[in-house]
Ligand binder design. Structure first.
Ligand SMILES: C[S@@+](CC[C@H](N)C(=O)[O-])C[C@H]1O[C@@H](n2cnc3c(N)ncnc32)[C@H](O)[C@@H]1O
Length: 311
């Protein structure tokens, strides 16, 4: 896919109906030869809309007005390029816990959670957040994560988590203001509710930081899994990670995780983690597939805002 087509697709499939500013901006970039030429000087993995827009926001540039974005990007390219080359999209969305919760709550308790591609580890606290599935509330306190659930009964309660560990090539730390600023910049412009959720979830994680290990999800998973306490169900999980991982490494990861005791929860796009016989997704917007131990269960929206059960 060309860079222009990639930005047009991001506008149509990811941003439409979710972020008018990014839909507008991404469409404008898809037609902007000057910005496309600058993006063309970057390695392919560094050309993504989310990374460019996040860096411009991080540097204090404009993302609401495409003409101002163009001028800023062309004038500030050396600084943008430097940030783009060193950073990656590490969006950490606690909202994704709303789609993990139905599966986590149904497993034998207590749980030892191990997230690969954990970023700052905010998805390691599903037992600490509150959820609203329609008019049914699970848990209490802040943040309250809203999720439209279809074809399933909301979980009756929260899981019991006795151990939480994360593995990431570049762990971020909620106690480091620069890391939190980058996580904030990755949140889409209009999503004030997600920004508030980041603050609330970061406060929970900062009060009891998870074990975060720098490492690769294939090479370093067995050693971290071996640290999980006995007497708890080990759950290895990942959400929105596998698009970073080459196909052969994804296969290697599946082999490693299947050899571990416990369970494996995946919440990933079906083009990076395909399954046979999936039903049609509910609508054009990008969906992940939620799966337990390789068995697909539900479609989920990318920030955890909806789940449609089909199993
Ligand atoms: C988009 S973030 C998702 C974070 C979190 N799972 C969530 O859903 O909020 C993807 C994370 O995967 C990490 N990652 C990518 N490839 C990895 C690998 N081979 N091993 C470990 N982590 C990896 C990235 O550094 C990044 O923090």
């Amino acid at each position: 896919m060309t860079i222009a087509a990639n930005y047009a697709e991001f506008a149509a499939r990811e941003a439409r109906g979710v972020s008018p500013a990014y839909e507008r901006l991404s469409l404008a970039v898809s037609r902007d030869d000057e910005v496309l030429a600058l993006l063309g000087t970057l390695p392919p993995a560094k050309r993504q809309p989310n990374l460019l827009f996040g860096v411009v926001r991080f540097l204090g540039g404009p993302v609401e007005d495409p003409a101002a974005f163009h001028d800023y990007t062309v004038a500030t390219w050396p600084a943008i390029e430097a940030e783009v080359r060193t950073r990656s999209t590490q969006t950490n969305e606690a909202g994704r816990c709303a789609v993990l919760l139905p599966v986590l709550a149904a497993l034998p308790q207590p749980l030892a959670l191990l997230e690969v591609g954990a970023s700052a580890g905010l998805c390691l606290y599903p037992d600490r957040y509150a959820y609203r599935y329609g008019d049914q509330v699970v848990g209490s306190g802040e943040p309250v994560i809203e999720c439209v659930a279809t074809g399933m009964a909301p979980p009756a309660g929260l899981p019991e988590v006795v151990w939480r560990a994360g593995l990431d090539l570049n762990p971020l730390h909620v106690t480091d203001p620069a890391d939190v600023a980058w996580l904030d910049a990755l949140i889409w412009p209009e999503h004030t509710h997600r920004r508030a959720r980041l603050r609330a979830a970061a406060a929970i994680a900062a009060a009891e930081p998870p074990l975060l290990v720098r490492g690769d999800l294939v090479d370093d998973l067995p050693a971290l899994a071996a640290q999980a306490p006995g007497g708890a169900t080990l759950v290895v999980f990942h959400t929105s990670v596998m698009y970073h991982v080459p196909a052969l490494r994804r296969e290697a990861f599946a082999g490693v995780v299947r050899a571990l005791p416990g369970h494996w929860i995946a919440n990933e796009a079906s083009d990076v983690l395909p399954y046979d016989g999936l039903p049609k997704p509910p609508g054009e917007a990008l969906h992940n597939v939620l799966a337990l131990d390789g068995r697909p269960l539900a479609w989920s929206r990318s920030h955890g805002q909806a789940i449609t059960w089909f199993a």
